[in-house]
Design a protein around this ligand. Structure first.
Ligand SMILES: NC(=O)c1ccc[n+]([C@@H]2O[C@H](COP(=O)([O-])OP(=O)(O)OC[C@H]3O[C@@H](n4cnc5c(N)ncnc54)[C@H](OP(=O)(O)O)[C@@H]3O)[C@@H](O)[C@H]2O)c1
Length: 299
C-alpha cells in the first residue's frame, strides 16, 4: 500500500513508518521542517512539507494514498476532518492514534484505581478529556462515510524509537528531570499504575491494523503495567541515584505544569489490549518496562 502518515518525524510515527517500509509499503510523511524532510528522505520516507492545519494538502494526500495513519496529535479535530474529506467513499483505512490518558483518573499519585478497561468496558472519560474522545468517535464513525476508520489507543510507550525521534514521553521526562536535579521525583506516593508497551510492539500493531483491522475497530495497546513508584525506583537504579522523592501533585504542578502533574503522572491508566491479540493476532514480544529501564535504557 502507498500510505500517507502524519507525525513522520516523531517517536511513534517514525518507528511505525520504518516498520511499514520494512514490510514493503510505501510511505509519504507530513513534515513541517525542510531539514527534517531531508532526513526523512534518507530513511526512505517521501516527505510532504506542511502541517496539520493545511486542509487542502491533507485532502489531496489522503485522496492520492491507499490509506492514512495519523500519529501527530490525538486531539487535532480539524486534521481528522480534512483526512475524512480526502478519504470519503473510498473504503480506504484511516488509522488514528489516541492515548490511554483518555481514561485517566484524578488519583494525584495517591491511590491505585481498581478500574481496568478493555475494549468491551464502557469508557469513563473525564470532561477535560472528552474532546479527545470526540475525535476518536469521529474516526470510529467514519464507516458511515465509506472509510475504514480505526482508533489505536496506546498506553505509556517505552523503548527506543527507530525513526528520527528515539525517545518517548513519560519515562524520558522523569529521566531528564532527574538529570537536572540529581534525584528521581514522582507524583504523590507513586502507587498509581499505568499500562505500558514497547515501541517495537506498537509498530507491529499499526502494521497489522492498517492491513486488516475492520471498520470501527478500537484497540488499546499494552503488554504489562507498573506503578510510578516502581518506574521511579528502576530509573534511580539505572542512573545510580539515591532513593526516589515523593512530590505532592500540587507541588509537581508548579514545577512541571498542571497537565503533567495531574494527568500524565498522577493518574491511573490501566487497560488491557484484548482485541488486538484476538482479532489481529498481535503477539507482543516485550513485557517489562522495568527490565528495559534497568538493562537497556540509554542514560
Ligand atoms: N509516546 C507515548 O507514550 C504515547 C502514548 C500514547 C499516545 N501517544 C500519542 O501518539 C501521538 C504521537 O506521539 P509521539 O510520542 O510520537 O510524539 P512526538 O515524538 O512528539 O511526535 C509528534 C509528531 O507530530 C508532529 N506534529 C505535531 N504537531 C504537528 C502539526 N501541527 N503539523 C504537523 N506535524 C505535527 C511532530 O512534528 P515535528 O517534528 O515538526 O515536531 C512529530 O512528528 C500523540 O498524539 C500522542 O498523544 C503517545
Amino acid at each position: 500500500m502507498n500510505l500517507f502518515i502524519t507525525g513522520a518525524t516523531g517517536f511513534v510515527g517514525g518507528s511505525v513508518a520504518l516498520r511499514l517500509l520494512a514490510a514493503g509499503h510505501g510511505v509519504r510523511g507530513l513534515v513541517r521542517d525542510s531539514a527534517k524532510a531531508a532526513q526523512l528522505t534518507a530513511l526512505g520516507i517521501t516527505p510532504v512539507l506542511g502541517g496539520l492545519d493545511d486542509h487542502d494538502l491533507l485532502v489531496r494526500e489522503a485522496r492520492m494514498s491507499d490509506g492514512v495513519i495519523n500519529m501527530a496529535n490525538s486531539d487535532h479535530a480539524g486534521a481528522i476532518e480534512s483526512l475524512i474529506e480526502g478519504l470519503r467513499d473510498s473504503g480506504k483505512p484511516l488509522l488514528h492514534t489516541s492515548g490511554s490518558s483518555v481514561i485517566g483518573d484524578d488519583a494525584r499519585g495517591l491511590r491505585v484505581n481498581d478500574a481496568i478497561f478493555d475494549e468491551d468496558t464502557p469508557l469513563v472519560v473525564d470532561p477535560a478529556k472528552q474532546p479527545r474522545r470526540d475525535v476518536d468517535l469521529r474516526v470510529l464513525g467514519a464507516g458511515l462515510e465509506g472509510i475504514r476508520g480505526v482508533v489505536i489507543c496506546p498506553s505509556n510507550i517505552y523503548g527506543t524509537g527507530t525513526g528520527l525521534t528515539p525517545v518517548s514521553f513519560q519515562i524520558p521526562f522523569l529521566v531528564n528531570r532527574a538529570r537536572e536535579s540529581g534525584v528521581v521525583r514522582i507524583v504523590g506516593t507513586g502507587v498509581n499504575r499505568w499500562s505500558n508497551v514497547h515501541i517495537d510492539d506498537v509498530a507491529e500493531l499499526f502494521l497489522l491494523a492498517v492491513e486488516k483491522a475492520p471498520t470501527g475497530a478500537f484497540y488499546f495497546i499494552e503488554n504489562g503495567e507498573d506503578s510510578f513508584a516502581d518506574i521511579g525506583a528502576a530509573i534511580a537504579r539505572r542512573m545510580a541515584l539515591g532513593p526516589v522523592q515523593f512530590l505532592p501533585a500540587e507541588e509537581a504542578a508548579k514545577d512541571w505544569g498542571e497537565m503533567h502533574a495531574f494527568f500524565t503522572f498522577g493518574t491511573n491508566s490501566r487497560v488491557r489490549a484484548k482485541r488486538a491479540r484476538r482479532e489481529l493476532g498481535w503477539a507482543p514480544r516485550h513485557s517489562s518496562a522495568l527490565a528495559w529501564i534497568e538493562q537497556e535504557m540509554p542514560v
